[in-house]
Structure formats: C-alpha cells, structure tokens
Design a protein around this ligand. Sequence first.
Ligand code: GLY
Length: 286
Amino acid sequence: MPNVLLLHGGAGSDNTYTDALNRYASNTASMKSKNPLDFVVESVRLMEDDPSFNAGTGSVKRIDGSIQMDAAVMVKNSIGSVSAIERVRNPVMVAREVMLQTPHVMLTGDGAVKFARAMGFQDYDPTTERTENIWKKMVDFFNGKEVELPERYSEYYRYAKIFGFPQHKDTVGAVARIGGKFAAAVSTGGSSPMMRGRVGDSPLPGAGLYAGENGAVVATGIGEEIIRKMMCYDIYREIGTRPLGEILKEKVESFGKVLVGVIAVSEDEYASYSNSSMATGISTWP
Ligand code: GLY
C-alpha cells in the first residue's frame, strides 16, 4: 500500500485552503523520515504557523480574551497531549515532547507551559489581527451591539442562545500511513465562544484523535459533542468492517446539524467527511 498523508483545515474551512493544504502535505511528504509521527507533527506544525487556521498562530480567543490551545499526537500504544496551553508557537510539538520525554499522557495549563519552556519552546503570542477582531465582535455581541456574522454561522444559532455568540470552527489535523504504520496529530485554539479552562475534544484520545494498528482518525468540529460520542474511537473500532468512507459518513451524519468533520486512514483506504465545508490536502507516494 502507498504511503498516505491526509490533512484537514477544520470543519467549516472552505476550498480556498485546498491548495495550501496540498502544498503542506507534499512538502511534508518529501521528508526523509520513515516515522509516521514525524509526518503528522510536521504537517500540523505548518498549519499551526499559517494564521488562516484556528491552531497555533491564529487561534481564537476565549471569552476573557486569553488564548489557550489544545493539541495531541498518537501512534499505536502511545499518546502525548497538551490542553489549555498558552503562549507557545507550536502546541503539537509540545504534545510530541510529552509523549517522548515524560511518563505522562497529558499536561495541562501552567504545567504544560512550564514543561514547554523546559523543553526550549520560547514565549510566543499567537494573537493575530483576525482573531483580535473576532474577539472584539464577541465582546460587542455580549454588550448588546448588532454584529454582522458570517453566513456559515447561521446554523449554530442554538449555541448563540446558550452562550450568547455563535460557535466558531476550525481545528487542524493530520493522519498518516507510512510503511504500514499509523499516526494522528491534531491542534486547535478551541471552539469559540468558550470559557477559560474549557478543554475540547482535540487533546482527548478516543474523542479528537485515535491511532492504532488498524488506522488513524482525527476529528474536527464542536468538541463537546465529539467527546460525548467518543467519535474517533467509535470510528476506529469499525475500521475494516466496511468501506471507510461509509463509516465516516454514517458517524458524521449521526451528529445532525452539529458541525463535525473527520479524516481517517486505514490499511488500504483513506477518507474524509464533514457535514460542512472542510478543506483537505493529500499526498501519496510509494
Ligand atoms: N474541535 C475543537 C474543539 O472543540 O475544541
């Protein structure tokens, strides 16, 4: 089976990002490594550094104006994860260090930041003008001002009733099959609007990602719903029982109108499915 690297730019991202994602996939595919972990981390790092995406630079702000990010990596029997990490440029790289350098699976909050500094990750502010403006709109909305919101938010008005502001999208992720072995990586600024301290699906194995001997799966979308359904493990355990695309479609559609997307790779297939637009990029090579 050929090697495969499949990326997504988040449920809700549109096809304008496809060229960039294909470029990131093919740049990453030219790496010399044979370790699938290297491929998913490097491709997620490239997406974290692209301010178009809600991960790393470009992560959305919490209601209080802070930025806390979640990221994780997973291969068969190993996981590294950070949640609510602040002021680092590449959370996915810190997640990899958690897996490789500590006896733990997940570090959170200030402990994750301290660990990142000890590993040499410098202080970094991931705020961009775009995310500053999104946050200002949120503040205006909470203050009762009329704000103009993108059309694609319209289906999330039920969240607006709960939180006072429509849900936001975007997580970036990658799955790889390299030399018959699998890896998954994911990174996100979260799902706005959200309270400080909120943790989504992305850093939680089984929910936001899963990888094992039969494949790798990464989710994007509204984290709370993805956690409730343990989406990635739910998909993983059905790998090999029927076509992968069929599994993904059925699982995503079970979320109804809740924004969700997923990418997956198995021994002989790869697939993506989302109930909204979701840009993907792919590279395959012998
Ligand atoms: N899927 C990203 C989040 O909800 O945090």
